[in-house]
Design a protein around this ligand. Structure first.
Ligand SMILES: [Fe+2]
Ligand SMILES: [Fe+2]
Length: 451
């Protein structure tokens, strides 16, 4: 074994004669044992001087700063300091083995170990205690990179148990023979090297995990940005085709999102419902100018010519992976609960729940928005109108819940959406008028209302 691979030992015993004898033994060489047990032995006679030695030997002056920064950086950094290292590089261990006497005058070697453990990772930069969870985590990581040997003449069962809890690697019973000492140091050092190697592997694994997570986060962010770009592009195209439809679409989406939460609609399905609400009118880009921009109410025959927009909307969204689930909701957004809607004449719960929810919100916005051929209804009236259509156009169970929401709530949401849009586009956003819109074609509702 070369000198470089021998351990650096800190020996802590209050009896100078014992320290002297042990030091000599640890550094002793002979023809039978040409290599010493230790590369160096540093001696301390009290817990105080041991602490001072350890503090001054720690060659990482900014360690506390790093520790604070690690805490700020969260679990990644905590993982990286598993063996007392920081993300910047390996930790310098001032000593490899601590050989501590159980009796240090009035103090106990166990107390010293406890203090070192707390100092090492149980307290903050200015000695303040860390939060419980972090403290526990830090304690679990403590001293993993240092071998602990306890010297004792005799030990009680309680002291032995404490030693185990503190992570003591080896117990040396005094008087110690040269052979026992050699074997114990070799055993403890070998165990320490193995542990450091495991810590290194764990660190590499943690680094790899971090890198994977970073890549996965980056991919998720890119995908989310791509989704937003697609939504904006589609909404932008519709807005160009039918000026003002942006406000209507955003309002319907916001109403739908709010109503879905009130209904405890499954959270995982909400994005597709919100996408459907936002882009429900996308199929209208395929309608003729004559239908789309006609200033007066449409006759029943002309209303029928609006029907393909729900199928066209389904086709457009169905070609885009993440919008495929929304496509079905868009297809059925003009179905009526009594089966008299379009395009498939579905009735009751055969109509997708998302379509049933969002159709009510579409109608609410259609009724409360000015049209060239009629003025907007007050929210109170629009709410009453929708409730009047329960069981015919709309799902009566959903209407029950809708009836519990005051008209003022919807009005408030409308104001908030207008403010949001104004903030996004202070010039054109809220100023644009909602164009001829759909939403509603019940015979019971104002005749000619477009769908
Ligand atoms: Fe609409
Ligand atoms: Fe529609």
């Amino acid at each position: 074994m070369s000198q470089a691979s021998l351990p650096h030992i800190l020996l802590i015993d209050d009896e100078p004669s014992v320290c002297s004898a042990l030091s000599r033994a640890l550094l002793h060489t002979s023809p039978q044992h040409p290599v010493a047990m230790a590369a160096s032995v540093t001696v301390a006679h009290s817990t105080r001087s041991a602490m001072e030695l350890i503090l001054s030997a720690e060659a990482e002056p900014n360690r506390q700063q790093s520790r604070q920064r690690d805490r700020q950086q969260g679990p990644e950094a905590a993982l990286a300091r598993l063996d007392g290292r920081t993300l910047d590089g390996p930790r310098h261990y001032p000593y490899d083995l601590l050989m501590v006497d159980m009796c240090l005058g009035q103090e106990s070697g166990l107390d010293l170990l406890r203090m070192l453990k707390q100092r090492s990772c149980g307290s903050g930069p200015d000695g303040a205690s860390l939060p419980d969870g972090e403290n526990a985590q830090a304690q679990a990581e403590s001293f993993e990179g240092i071998g602990l040997m306890l010297l004792t003449g005799r030990a009680t069962a309680e002291q032995m148990a404490q030693a185990v809890r503190l992570g003591v690697d080896d117990l040396l019973l005094k008087p110690v023979t040269l052979r026992t000492l050699r074997e114990a140091v070799a055993r403890c050092h070998a165990r320490l090297l193995q542990r450091r190697s495991q810590i290194g592997q764990l660190r590499e694994f943690a680094d790899e995990l971090l890198s994977l997570r970073e890549r996965s986060n980056l991919a998720a962010r890119s995908y989310a940005a791509l989704q937003s770009a697609v939504l904006e592009a589609l909404l932008g195209a519709l807005s160009v085709r039918e000026p003002g439809s942006m406000e209507h679409s955003v309002r319907v989406q916001t109403y739908t999102s709010f109503f879905a939460r009130m209904l405890n609609y499954p959270e995982t399905l909400r994005p597709q419902l919100e996408h459907a609400a936002l882009l429900h009118d996308i199929g209208k880009i395929g309608l003729s100018d004559q239908l789309l921009f006609r200033p007066d109410a449409l006759a029943p025959a002309e209303l029928e010519r609006m029907h393909p927009h729900s199928l066209l909307g389904e086709q457009i969204l169905g070609r885009i992976g993440f919008l495929r689930p929304a496509a079905l909701i868009v297809r059925h957004h003009h179905e009526h609960y009594n089966g008299r809607g379009y395009p498939d004449g579905l009735a009751g719960e055969d109509i997708p729940l998302g379509s049933r929810i969002f159709a009510m919100m579409d109608a609410l916005d259609a009724l409360t928005t000015d049209r060239p051929y009629r003025p907007a209804s007050a929210y109170r009236e629009a709410r009453a109108e929708i409730l009047r259509c329960a069981g015919e156009q709309f799902d009566p169970h959903l209407c029950e819940c809708f009836g519990r929401i005051p008209a003022e709530t919807w009005q408030q949401i409308r104001i908030q959406v207008a403010q949001r849009l104004r903030a996004l586009d202070p010039i054109g956003g809220s100023g644009a008028q909602v164009g001829a819109h759909s939403g509603f074609s019940s015979a019971k509702l104002p005749s000619g209302t477009r769908g």
